[in-house]
Design a protein around this ligand. Structure first.
Ligand SMILES: [Zn+2]
Length: 204
């Protein structure tokens, strides 16, 4: 616990960069630090159940993806940031439909994670075929890809797969960890310091 405090200056509900003397951080660094609790464990190992509310999941997913936008070019050049790639723009348009496919289901988090990755892979594979990128592949490689498409085989930008998986991990962990626990719950989407929380009411 002490280590997390030292590394991220955040323990407990709120992360407040002003009161913790962290005002030297820019928007992106601050956002990354508020995700410390979400990165502690992986959704792919989380067996706790989720009852999917697709509007809420999409709201969380957009919040996490948008938080990665203001990364300054001094940190990673823009052309190398997966969040700015055209592939990610396509993923962004597709996510709501993917979440809607599970709306109302109760499912362990690790299974939901696996299924969403599978859905995303199939979606990107279809885009890949549509763009006729497979015509450049040697035949055996193409057969392999068609039988079992993976994100890695699709020639996505460097770091893309890791980025998408990180956004999804944070989204699913957020669902568990950032539910407002107040006895008189606050309305909808709200903050404590720099950290966001939700109350499910209002996300229909
Ligand atoms: Zn609250």
């Amino acid at each position: 616990m002490q280590q997390i405090w030292l590394k991220f200056g955040t323990l407990g509900k709120a992360y407040n960069k002003h009161s913790s003397g962290n005002d030297q951080f820019d928007a992106w660094e601050t956002f990354e630090r508020t995700c410390a609790d979400l990165d502690k464990e992986l959704a792919e190992n989380n067996r706790a159940g989720i009852t999917v509310n697709s509007s809420l999941l999409f709201k969380i997913w957009s919040h996490i993806a948008d938080g990665s936008e203001p990364e300054p070019a001094s940190s990673t050049p823009y052309r190398l940031q997966p969040v700015r790639s055209s592939d990610f723009a396509m993923v962004k348009c597709q996510m709501l439909a993917i979440f809607k496919g599970y709306n109302g289901s109760s499912i362990p988090t690790d299974r939901l994670h696996m299924r969403i990755i599978r859905d995303l892979t199939h979606f990107l594979f279809k885009q890949f075929l549509r763009a006729r990128l497979h015509e450049n592949l040697p035949h055996p490689q193409l057969l392999n890809l068609g039988g079992n498409p993976t994100l890695r085989g699709l020639g996505l930008p460097p770091g893309f797969e890791e980025f998408v998986k990180r956004v999804l991990n944070r989204t699913l962990q957020f669902y568990h960890l950032r539910k407002c626990q107040d006895t008189l719950p606050c309305q909808g989407w709200h903050t404590y310091g720099e950290k966001y929380y939700y109350n499910e009411e209002g996300f229909e």
